[in-house]
Design a protein around this ligand. Structure first.
Ligand code: SF4
Length: 60
């Protein structure tokens, strides 16, 4: 199964990934994106990763 890893050093907390897939991503108090749910039935992860302007989302 795919696994999402977020490069915290690259992430600026822009929120695009949360807008694209709020079931999976969230922004925490440190203004970085986190994966809150490792099951993503409704998300196209490759598409969300491609939308990240900083290329901070890696799908393994
Ligand atoms: S789209 Fe990329 S830079 Fe923006 S919050 Fe998500 S992981 Fe961070």
């Amino acid at each position: 199964m795919a696994k999402v890893v977020i490069d915290k050093a690259a992430c600026t907390g822009c929120g695009l990934c949360v807008s694209s897939c709020p079931d999976v991503f969230e922004i925490k108090d440190d203004n970085k994106a986190y994966v809150k749910n490792q099951e993503y039935p409704n998300c196209d992860l490759q598409q969300v990763a491609a939308e990240c302007p900083l290329e901070a989302i890696k799908v393994e």
